[in-house]
Design a protein around this ligand. Structure first.
Ligand code: 26Q
Length: 822
């Protein structure tokens, strides 16, 4: 007979039930009769966590004893989303846990609902980091994710009177069962002061950095389990604290108030995530945050290396560090500093190691989103790093001069210091010069990098430029969020097989025309639409009809380049058509939006107000509201996204070509059977290539056409005057209809479109409307629509983040899987 299961690790229903009751009692101190919903959630979380820990210990042991090469992912953001359901899936115990819960008379869905998601990111870049952590573990690559344990993540969004109102995110309020504090793993991080240069006995120059502020970074570890494997990787987030000795020092001098103040100042560093997805000039605290987590992480890596194989000369053989955009780019100077100043390594040796350690991923071409920091701020905060950056620059520009004799214009363009205007450090240049490899996040984006922002660098060393197209994890974005679809797919693609190898979805292809599958496909979609409709009616009150209406969804950060206003212009056009011809036979549509605006981004906030104002008029107009309705889902985050993706018929991916680096929402929708209306931008291009042009609704200018039109001088005014419908739609925005008579409220938006229109909404308007008309026609032919939807899912294999991670592993990192069994 088998040995009895341990109730702390056993996976049987009986063990799970016993463990749950034990955890409820011994951790929460509750009986069933008096337990709050939160107690019930905590007991579930600990029951699941217990089952991850032995795998975690085993992974750590194997990784350590085998001296496994390890990826360190450096990211200022991780937009993780709820852990519980995801960990159940990855442990392979969703079903048995559900049955255990039933027998204990628990409401399983209510327990999942109770979890407060860690929103430690703004949008795409932060969510990508989270998908990559899932895939690294699943494809069994030893990895550590390093970041910041923000006490307040991305704000919660309320909608009041149609406007966005921000509420602070208190995700840690009730405790976080998924993290383990490691008070003994902590590092000092210093700021300010000055440097002192001297020579040691051997005559080598040495530098001492005398700082004037120090904080302590403390590790908080979260295990990240792979799907169906024993590998558990580590997400290590740093919390800033005042050093232990600190308040005593000041206290002894008698300045109690000053001591408390210094403590608060230290703890401020990891207090809050900046809610902007582009840099704001001069935000000193943001630079402090970046250096804080980078310094802790690099010190940790050095410690780990010296604890195992050492010596420092082989650091780059043990570790590869991926820079998630330029936010951690200061790591280049920090590793140089630690190797030279703390470990007495000469420049050339240190540079060799540094350059072979880092790789850099770029996520944007928008000039306003490229990070630069003023030299003056750097000098004040990180004087030693500024010296090192100057020396990196001096040596680098010498190589440029030798290569391009006399081309001083090129030297100025490539310099790490922008000398036009106030002097500023170009973080992207630091990242490129300090890295072995550079990559963009979709094929088009990676090409545009080479011809625009990093052109000079590409010319100098083309072999260092790569593409790795983004991906998303099918565990969270199909299995967890759309269980009905997962079950249907499993019938055709083999139990579990497709979840670890998404190319297996191809097995659906041959059934795309099968009426029986189409009928079930449609049932799954309708059921998801019913779930969403019910949820929306309970949160905000909009009533949508899942049976008759096409669910047309745009969910992403609010940004002019993403062109939510183009979508709104289409809604207004349909509204006007219906008003002119109430008997218009049209496909009913629910237009659904979700997305947060940066709190200081006025135009984005005004777009939210416009959407809600249009919604108010349309939803209350009985002449049209049987055909169209508009809904804005407040607080679009990972958890709410999981309600949207399964319910979408149509996915709006309508950014101006050349502006969206990749997009990842486009993949999440398509994987759930939505068809895409989209431009040739970012990964849309590759999605269309994969699913087939006939299964994708394409419209709009190409990036090349955009470039040419811009060069010729784009005049939105001509479009406004040349198209009666367009003019009438824009005029309706400012007519007061949507603003209770106020003709000024939306004027900034309309004027900006007519006069500047930097993202060429007007130029693509007509093509977009025509495309939307085609879409309605196809939706009217369900068999055709369903076939296209099935083919979209069947051909999404490429967009699994497992594929992205394998690309990184093989082409950039040179790292092999280290399988750990269960
Ligand atoms: C930088 C400095 C100071 C303050 C904030 C920032 C900052 C923060 C977040 C700058 C950028 C971001 C986020 C960028 C982002 O999410 N980019 C998106 O990355 C996705 C993953 O690669 C792509 O799919 C999207 O196309 C891209 O917009």
């Amino acid at each position: 007979a088998a040995t009895p299961e341990h109730t702390r690790t056993g996976m049987s229903k009986a063990s799970l039930k016993q463990a749950y009751i034990d955890n409820l009692f011994y951790i929460q101190g509750r009986f069933r009769e008096v337990a709050t919903p939160h107690d019930l959630y905590m007991a579930a979380a600990f029951t699941v966590r217990d089952r991850m820990l032995d795998r975690w210990v085993k992974s750590a042991q194997v990784y350590k004893t085998s001296h496994a090469r390890t990826v360190c992912y450096l990211s200022a953001e991780y937009l993780l989303g709820p852990h519980l359901a995801n960990n159940l899936v990855n442990l392979g115990i969703s079903e048995v846990a559900r049955r255990a819960g039933e027998e204990l008379d628990l409401d399983f869905e209510a327990i999942l609902e109770e979890e407060e998601e860690p929103g430690l990111g703004n949008g795409g870049l932060g969510r990508l980091a989270a998908c990559y952590m899932d895939s690294l573990a699943t494809v069994q690559i030893p990895a550590i994710g390093y970041g910041i344990r923000y006490e307040f993540g991305i704000f919660d969004q309320d909608i009041q009177n149609g406007w966005q109102v921000e509420r602070s995110d208190t995700w840690l309020r009730n405790g976080n069962p998924w993290e383990i504090p490691r008070p003994k793993i902590s590092f000092p991080v210093r700021y300010g002061g000055h440097t002192e240069h001297s020579r040691d006995q051997a005559g080598r120059s040495r530098v001492r950095w005398v700082a004037d502020m120090v904080v302590s970074g403390v590790a908080f570890d979260t295990p990240v389990l792979g799907y169906g494997v024993g590998n558990v990787n580590l997400l290590r987030l740093w919390k800033a604290e005042a050093p232990e000795s600190f308040d005593f020092q000041v206290f002894n001098v008698g300045d109690y108030y000053g001591a408390v103040h210094a403590k608060i100042e230290a703890e401020t560093i990891s207090k809050v995530l900046y809610p902007n997805d582009e840099p704001e000039a001069g935000k000193e605290l943001r630079l402090k945050q970046q250096y804080f987590f980078v310094s802790c992480s690099i010190q940790d890596m050095i410690r780990l290396h010296l604890n195992t194989v050492g010596p420092l000369e082989t650091f780059h053989e043990k570790f590869v560090a991926q820079l998630n955009d330029t936010h951690p780019a200061i790591a280049v100077a920090e590793l140089m500093r630690l190797l030279m100043d703390d470990h007495a390594m000469p420049w050339d040796a240190a540079w060799d190691i540094t350059r072979n350690t880092f790789c850099y991923t770029n996520h944007t071409l928008l000039p306003e989103a490229l990070e630069t920091w003023s030299v003056a701020l750097f000098e004040r905060l990180l004087p030693r790093h500024l010296e090192i950056i100057y020396e990196i620059n001096r040596r680098f520009l010498d190589t440029v001069r030798v290569r391009y004799l006399g081309d001083e214009a090129r030297v100025a363009r490539m310099s790490l210091i922008d000398e036009t205007g106030g002097r500023r450090i170009r973080m992207a240049h630091l990242a490129v010069v300090g890295s072995r490899a550079v990559n963009g996040v979709a094929a088009l984006h990676s090409e545009l990098i080479k011809t625009t922002i990093l052109k000079d660098f590409y010319e100098m060393s083309p072999e260092r430029f790569h593409n790795v197209t983004n991906g998303v994890t099918p565990r969270r974005f199909i299995v967890v969020s759309n269980p009905r679809l997962a079950e249907l797919i499993t019938e055709f693609c083999g139990h579990d097989r497709w979840i670890r190898d998404l190319d297996c979805l191809r097995d659906l292809e041959e059934h795309a025309e099968d009426p029986a599958l189409q009928a079930r496909w449609r049932e799954v979609k309708t059921a998801a639409k019913q779930d969403l409709a019910l949820w929306l009616s309970q949160h905000g009150g909009v009533v949508l009809d899942p049976q008759t209406m096409m669910f047309d969804i745009q969910a992403k950060r609010m940004h002019e380049y993403k062109r939510q206003h183009l979508n709104v212009l289409h809604i207004i056009r349909v509204y006007q058509r219906l008003k002119q011809n109430p008997n218009l036979g049209m496909v009913p549509r629910a237009f659904i939006f979700g997305g947060k605006a940066a709190p200081g981004y006025y135009m984005a906030k005004l777009m939210i107000k416009l959407i809600n104002s249009v919604a108010e008029v349309i939803n209350n107009d009985p002449q049209v509201n049987g055909f169209i309705r508009v809904a804005f889902m407040a607080d679009f985050n990972v958890k709410n996204g999981q309600r949207l993706y399964p319910a979408a018929d149509l996915s709006e991916q309508i950014s101006l070509a050349g502006k969206e680096a990749s997009g990842t929402g486009n993949m999440k929708f398509s994987m759930n059977g939505a068809l895409t209306v989209g431009t040739l931008d970012g990964a849309n291009i590759e999605i269309r290539d994969e699913v087939g042009a006939e299964n994708f609704f394409l419209f709009g200018m190409t990036a090349e056409e955009v470039r040419r039109k811009q060069a010729e001088g784009y005049r939105p005014w001509d479009y406004y005057h040349g198209d009666d419908e367009l003019r009438s739609d824009i005029d309706l925005v400012t007519s007061g209809l949507f603003s209770h008579g106020d003709t000024n409220l939306f004027r900034p938006l309309a004027d900006h479109l007519i006069n500047q229109d930097p993202f060429m909404v007007l130029a693509d308007y007509r093509a977009y409307l025509n495309c939307q008309d085609r879409i309605s026609e196809v939706y009217d032919r369900p068999a055709e629509w369903d076939r296209m939807s099935i083919l979209n899912v069947a051909r999404m294999g490429k967009f699994s983040s497992d594929r992205s991670i394998r690309d990184y592993a093989e082409r950039i990192w040179g790292i092999e899987p280290k399988p750990i069994g269960i």
